[in-house]
Design a binder for this molecule. Structure first.
Ligand SMILES: Cc1cc2nc3c(=O)[nH]c(=O)nc-3n(C[C@H](O)[C@H](O)[C@H](O)COP(=O)(O)O)c2cc1C
Length: 226
């Protein structure tokens, strides 16, 4: 049975941390369609590497306008760094790098090298000054095209940057879709879930693994799937 859900937050919803439904709409925890996780890397004002573990963003665009869209909180270092330098890299980590990914949040200082401090390795980018993360199988270099607040007085800010260059590990180039997705071991951010009808909830965020491909069309002759 389908229920119709209005946008007004029910009074019986309990925040399991203060400000939760201020930073994130309560509907995020109702809809819970997960987003793939990646790291946004930029340069700090002193040139040190900055890393931001990220889920609200995606790649979109046609021809030579392929673009990265990011939704960033306006108090993050990444927000300030992109406004100052107009550049960033996307780095797609495998689930094996989850401890290091979490560490980028723990070592989020104003001046330190967050990539090295989190146990990861800096790799120079080809077209931007923002650093890449060597351990990530896919790196995407981007230059800022436009930005704006999500709404007037929103704490969320949208950035769109044109893709300039891509680096990919050979393991991420295998043409068989099942194998490529298995090799990448990408993570999804799965929100804590709430039942909007009665306020029952599971508080902590959890994690999904993008590891299963279902073929919906028959194999076509001539496609190399080795
Ligand atoms: C799974 C996960 C996903 C996140 N997604 C985002 C996001 O999409 N946008 C954002 O601004 N912060 C996001 N964060 C929070 C940032 O990673 C965190 O605030 C980080 O320390 C900011 O780094 P910075 O100040 O160096 O930019 C996320 C955190 C986690 C654990």
């Amino acid at each position: 049975m389908k229920h119709e859900i209005g946008i007004t937050q029910p009074s019986y919803l309990i925040e399991d941390w203060p400000g939760k439904y201020d930073v994130f709409s309560w509907l995020e925890y109702v809809i819970t369609v997960p987003n793939p996780i990646f790291l946004v890397t930029t340069r700090k004002a002193n040139g040190a590497a900055n890393a931001n573990l990220h889920a609200w963003g995606f790649l979109v665009g046609e021809r030579d306008h392929y673009s990265s869209l990011l939704a960033l909180l306006n108090h993050t270092h990444t927000y300030t760094n992109i406004l100052r330098e107009g550049e960033w890299c996307l780095n797609y980590p495998s689930v094996k790098l989850l401890p290091q990914c979490s560490e980028t949040i723990a070592c989020n200082g104003p001046d330190n090298d967050e990539i090295t401090d989190a146990g990861l390795t800096i790799e120079p980018a080809q077209t931007v000054q923002a650093p890449r993360i060597a351990e990530c199988a896919i790196n995407v270099e981007c230059k800022l095209a436009w930005h704006r607040p999500l709404y007037a007085d929103s704490q969320w800010h949208l950035f769109v940057g044109r893709v300039q260059h891509v680096a990919m590990d050979e393991a991420a180039m295998v043409v068989t879709p099942e194998q490529r997705i298995e090799n990448l071991e990408l993570m999804y951010n799965v929100r804590g879930t709430i039942n909007p009808l009665n306020g029952d909830y599971y508080g902590p965020n959890t994690l999904g693994l993008l590891n299963k491909v279902l073929r919906i069309t028959p194999d076509e002759p001539g496609i190399n799937q080795s």
